[in-house]
Design a protein around this ligand. Structure first.
Ligand code: AMP
Length: 225
């Protein structure tokens, strides 16, 4: 389907493992949006060995949040460079980040259209994340429950040995969930107050979640534009 290009500005949030990355990619294709994933940006800085990468790698390994000042500067610089609509994936994750984003948008005469949250229960998250493996060589992602590799431990595409993201180990997943509850969950009330918050049940197949999300955007934001 050809993308319906609109100047949409959407934030996607959801606890680790809710399928944010996959849904974000699909949404961007469908609605012709630029995809800005702060996790991907940070991982690229780390694998390129930049000074920012060296500064942030311990936070990612431990499953804690990178300080707000670093995240705000990185994200606003990237948003500034985007022409047209965008989908922000992984930012904001704290109230101060949300307030800085708001100030940045206001100073550019822009506003958010929607904050979309993918909701999942904790037990499901832990099962999902600890079964996620990916190929360090080509980036293909597998899931031992829903999409196992054809040959155990090997990438279907390039045969390289699969690895777990260091922050997908169970202890780190539990820590990331605690961080989510403590620091990111307050954004729900904040964005409800701004009348921007919409929730989707993420305990369904990826295709079902994608359809629900697309219907929500079409029925609310696009209907208003
Ligand atoms: P993600 O791929 O979105 O799960 O992000 C992976 C990791 O990157 C997180 O666990 C944090 O350590 C870091 N990170 C990504 N986005 C942010 C953010 N907005 N604020 C603080 N840390 C972040």
């Amino acid at each position: 389907m050809s993308p319906q290009r609109k100047d949409l500005r959407i934030v996607i949030m959801g606890c680790p493992g809710a399928g944010k990355g996959t849904q974000a990619k699909r949404l961007c294709e469908r609605f012709g949006l630029a995809h800005l994933s702060t996790g991907d940006l940070l991982r690229a800085e780390i694998s390129n060995g930049t000074s920012l990468g060296r500064k942030v790698e311990d936070y990612l390994r431990r499953g804690s949040l990178v300080p707000d000042e670093i995240m705000v500067e990185l994200t606003c610089a990237k948003l500034d460079a985007v022409e047209g609509g965008w989908l922000l994936d992984g930012f904001p994750r704290t109230l101060p980040q949300a307030q800085e984003l708001q100030a940045f948008l206001v100073s550019n005469g822009r506003k958010l259209d929607m904050v979309l949250a993918l909701e999942l229960k904790e037990g499901v998250v832990i099962r999902r994340l600890t079964s996620r493996w990916s190929c360090p060589s080509c980036g293909e992602v597998f899931n031992l429950l829903t999409r196992p590799p054809a040959s155990a431990g090997k990438c279907d595409r390039c045969s390289a040995p699969l690895a777990q993201r260091p922050d997908d180990a169970e202890a780190t997943v539990r820590r990331r969930l605690m961080v989510y509850e403590d620091l990111t969950r307050p954004l729900v009330a904040y964005y409800r107050g701004e009348n921007l918050y919409e929730e989707v049940d993420a305990d369904r197949s990826m295709d079902e979640v994608s359809s629900a999300v697309a219907a929500l955007i079409e029925g609310t934001v696009l209907a208003r534009k």
